[in-house]
Ligand binder design. Structure first.
Ligand SMILES: O=C(O)c1cc(C(=O)O)oc(=O)c1
Length: 310
């Protein structure tokens, strides 16, 4: 793969660039696997980063994303609007269109979005909107505004993707459970994996999923959630052991409502940048049977993002 570059913009201090020489996974992905959470960044010279952004990344273009897709053995991508692009979905739309049916998108929109703009997003392959509650990434948006957006996109058959941290779930519960669509949680709601898996915090997340059959979860981002490592670098086959029980619990309890994604190009990692090939090798530890792998990587994302092909 090519190497990361930065064009017009100066990266946030300490920014870690994506890993430019990922290994070939040892784990053989089932045919038709979907990387259901990844991003494009710019390139900034073509698709400028949003003025309200909280970080400035290195560029991560659609071509680089598609090269990674092919290298790892994925068939398709779900590209999620990154907060550094705010509600300007041009880079996302451009990538989805260029993928020629092999990518779907999750956009960020404001209340002011027109029906015509929503239709244009739909035609490009967008099937969801993302609501972000992680304070270091976005400014606060009032809940009535988000609910209004959710009701509008529900009519298009789209869903809502939510990103929040485990400690905030109690406060956000009423809002989340009032959403009228399928609701997809990013990165398992960011559990603190140094806390017990049977403790109250993770129990609340499992209850959230158990009591609400419209709630799905991405069992992604062990590299972000791991406290004890080891890191997915240098051929490590036992990476992020502390995350495995959490992700596996979700996969086994809700096999029909889980998705997996690389999270490439891994915004805001502070301590290391994982080898994406080794991240793929993490999958069979959380989805240990062929049937679970088929649901996680193929059947579930196809049902949600390409229902017309199922
Ligand atoms: O934890 C993060 O920093 C992060 C950021 C973004 C984004 O900026 O969109 O997306 C993610 O999936 C994760």
């Amino acid at each position: 793969m090519s190497k990361p570059t930065t064009g017009h913009f100066e990266k946030t201090a300490g920014w870690l660039d994506w890993y430019s020489a990922p290994s070939k996974p040892g784990f053989q992905l089932p045919p038709g696997s979907v990387d259901a959470h990844c991003h494009v960044f710019g390139p900034g010279a073509e698709f400028p980063y949003a003025p309200e952004r909280k970080y400035t990344p290195c560029d991560a273009s659609k071509h680089q994303l598609f090269a990674l897709r092919d290298h790892l053995g994925f068939a398709r991508n779900v590209i999620v609007q990154a907060t550094c692009h705010g509600a300007d979905n041009r880079a996302l739309v451009d990538a989805c269109r260029a993928a020629q049916g092999r990518a779907r998108g999750v956009a960020t929109v404001k209340r002011s979005v027109t029906d015509e703009e929503l239709q244009t997003l739909h035609d490009a392959g967008v099937r969801g909107v993302r609501f972000n509650f992680v304070k270091r990434l976005v400014d606060f948006t009032p809940k009535d505004e988000l609910l209004e957006i959710a009701n509008r996109i529900a009519r298009l058959g789209w869903h809502v993707v939510i990103y929040f941290e485990a400690v905030d779930l109690p406060e956000l519960w009423d809002f989340f459970t009032a959403l009228p669509t399928i609701v997809v949680v990013d990165h398992m709601g960011r559990p603190d994996v140094s806390k017990p898996i049977d403790g109250p915090e993770f129990a609340l997340f499992l209850k959230f999923m158990r009591e609400h059959p419209n709630v799905w979860s991405k069992v992604s981002c062990p590299e972000r959630l791991s406290v004890a490592g080891p890191r997915a670098l240098g051929g490590e086959q036992a990476a992020y052991r502390d995350v495995v029980p959490f992700a596996r619990r979700v996969v086994e309890a809700f096999p029909d409502r889980v998705l997996w994604g690389t999270d490439w190009p891994h915004p805001n990692l502070k301590d290391h940048m994982p080898d994406d090939g080794l991240l793929v090798d993490f999958i069979p530890h959380i989805a240990p049977t062929a049937a679970l792998q088929q649901s996680l990587l193929v059947d579930n994302p196809m049902r949600l993002y390409w229902p017309e092909e199922v």
